[in-house]
Design a protein. Structure first.
Length: 82
């Protein structure tokens, strides 16, 4: 399992994926136009992705511990118009 963020770059109108375990000290830049996310926000995103991954892992553990707990996994999407 891997946690991935789909990032929309409004500078060049492309989208790209960023994996939680991508090395590089937490910096995130658009691979198309090299626009850089503010480092503090990139770090917050990394924390969010880690928490998301941990929650899904916990859900798998609850389901797999023999209690009959149903398995759920969740993804996060922002909806609405920018
Ligand atoms: Zn871009």
């Amino acid at each position: 399992m891997a946690t991935v963020a789909k990032i929309r770059c409004f500078s060049c109108k492309n989208s790209f994926e960023h994996y939680c375990n991508t090395p590089g000290g937490g910096g995130i830049a658009c691979p198309f136009c090299y626009a850089v996310l503010p480092s503090n926000i990139a770090q917050q995103m990394r924390y969010s992705m880690i928490i998301h991954a941990e929650d899904n892992r916990s859900l798998r553990e609850y389901s797999g511990n023999g209690t009959g707990t149903p398995l759920f996994q969740f993804d996060l999407l922002e909806v609405g118009k920018k």
